[in-house]
Write a protein that binds this ligand. Structure first.
Ligand code: URP
Ligand code: ZN
Ligand code: ZN
Length: 463
């Protein structure tokens, strides 16, 4: 099967020109002006952007958490991602405490295999790592899992102590792999939460009020210090506040290999959402919590000036009914997380429209940076001869209102939208994953066919 995408404005992290893109099978074969090639089919992209498929390096599909399981599995989650212009996700496999990380990897392979519509890779969440288990980390890397998430948050669940952090960091560095860090001082936060509960402060808004940004900044600072000593590249996930960003900036100026991602929710939503009546605030209970509004401007500047490297969703959906409701009597029981995998590309494009981001930077933040940081580049994250034909034909003028009730913007298997009522201009029109047209003119063309991608080591290319 061959496809010719004609007359689109091809935008990558560095290029911007009008050209034709010729795809043969799964791969981009030729890019050029007025190509005279015979193709099985032609897609007219006049007036549209032709951009690399989005890469979301932070999703939680089919994840047991908070006494329940995230509402999207690999079937619904990857299809929703495709509708939103994302063609690769890096999901988080989990090591059950006391068990092999390799067993955790097998579990996640079983969850995903045969279900995904787009390509996927895995980070591994490490919940314990004694000396005997350290060799597993090399075997994970050999299996294409070249990054690991560790938690300073959620004591008693995913939390690990500083000794475990150091052991895992050192091994990851030796293996030429990357550490992803959930950086928040969960031990102190738990103490603050206990006091709030004792005082009868149980509504959703106390989720945010018990999680000061200083505790995120402290976690970031400590993770950076440990990573520096352990000599491992560090990626701070879901950075939410100016306080935390300050720590990243300071370390980068010192020459430490640390980068950070933020997420649309921290750019567009704020702490006041927790005050919504009828328990609606529970929809926004996620960790880190939404912050005071003024933080948003600082994060946008961080994206503009390069202090923040990438934008992920931390897609971790729980239905309002039956799942978020588990915490009706106390915010401590509300499952943490919110949906967003379908909304990221359109939401961040509003930053282009507002003049906050250039088009190249938009592509870099939503695709190329994650590809480079996580060993997917240049197979993914760009449009180049030889790269996977993961391509979005993006209509810069298409208007949509994001809503759980809008069948064009909501394919996630969750009963609310984090961005309900947000009006966007610019939306994916046609989406290709390795040359298969999944979405055409905003409608489903085909599903399935997504594959696991074995990622390269840090600093190496994936061909
Ligand atoms: O609230 C969140 N973020 N849930 C998912 C787990 C995590 O910390 O990333
Ligand atoms: Zn996290
Ligand atoms: Zn997460």
């Amino acid at each position: 099967m061959s496809i010719l995408i004609k007359n689109g404005r091809v935008v990558t992290a560095v290029d911007d020109y009008v050209a034709d893109v010729f795809i043969e099978g799964e791969t981009v074969r030729t890019i050029g002006k007025d190509l005279s090639v015979q193709a099985d089919r032609t897609i007219d992209a006049s007036g549209k952007l032709v951009i690399p498929g989005g890469i979301d390096p932070h999703t939680h599909f089919d994840m047991p958490f908070g006494g329940t399981t995230s509402a999207d599995d690999f079937e619904s989650g990857t299809l929703a991602a495709a509708f939103g212009g994302t063609t690769t996700v890096i999901d988080f496999a989990i090591q059950t405490k006391g068990e092999s990380t390799l067993k955790g990897l097998d579990t996640w392979h079983a969850k995903a295999e045969g279900k995904a519509s787009i390509d996927y890779a895995f980070h591994m969440i490490i919940t314990d790592m004694n000396d005997e288990r350290l060799p597993e980390m090399r075997r994970l890397a050999d299996a294409g899992v070249t990054s690991y998430k560790l938690f300073m948050a959620y004591p008693g669940v995913l939390y690990v102590d500083d000794g475990t952090l150091y052991r895992a960091f050192r091994q990851a560095g030796e293996n030429k792999t990357r550490i992803c860090m959930h950086a928040e001082n969960g031990i102190v936060i738990d103490e603050i939460v206990k006091r709030a509960v004792a005082d009868g402060k149980l509504e959703p808004k106390y989720h945010a009020l018990t999680r000061p940004t200083r505790m995120e900044a402290e976690g970031v600072h400590r993770a950076i210090a440990i990573a520096e000593v352990a000599e491992v590249p560090l990626y701070i996930v879901h950075l939410s506040s100016a306080d935390a960003l300050e720590e990243v900036k300071r370390a980068r100026v010192r020459g430490v290999d640390v980068v950070a991602e933020t997420c649309p929710q921290y750019l567009y939503l704020d702490q006041s959402y927790y005050e919504r009546p009828d328990f609606e605030g529970a929809k926004y209970v996620m960790t880190p919590a939404l912050r005071e509004k003024w933080n948003q401007e600082v994060l946008w500047q961080g994206l503009q000036f390069g202090h923040l490297a990438s934008i992920a969703t931390d897609h971790c959906p729980f239905c309002f009914k039956d799942q978020k409701e588990l915490g009706r009597d106390s915010f401590t029981k509300i499952p943490n997380g919110a949906p967003g995998v379908e909304n990221r590309m359109a939401l961040i494009y509003q930053g282009v429209r507002a003049g906050r981001l250039g088009l190249n930077r938009y592509v870099e933040l939503t695709s190329t940076a994650a590809a480079k940081l996580f060993g997917l580049f240049p197979k993914k994250g760009t449009i180049a001869v030889g790269s996977d034909a993961d391509i979005v034909v993006f209509d810069p003028e298409r208007k949509e209102t994001i809503s759980v009730n809008n069948e064009r913007t909501h394919h996630m298997k969750v009963d609310y939208s984090t961005y309900e009522g947000f009006e966007v201009t610019g939306y994916p029109d046609t989406v290709l994953s390795r040359g298969r047209v999944l979405v055409e003119g905003g409608k489903l063309a085909q599903k399935g066919g997504g594959r696991f991608v074995k990622r390269a080591h840090t600093g190496e290319l994936l061909r």
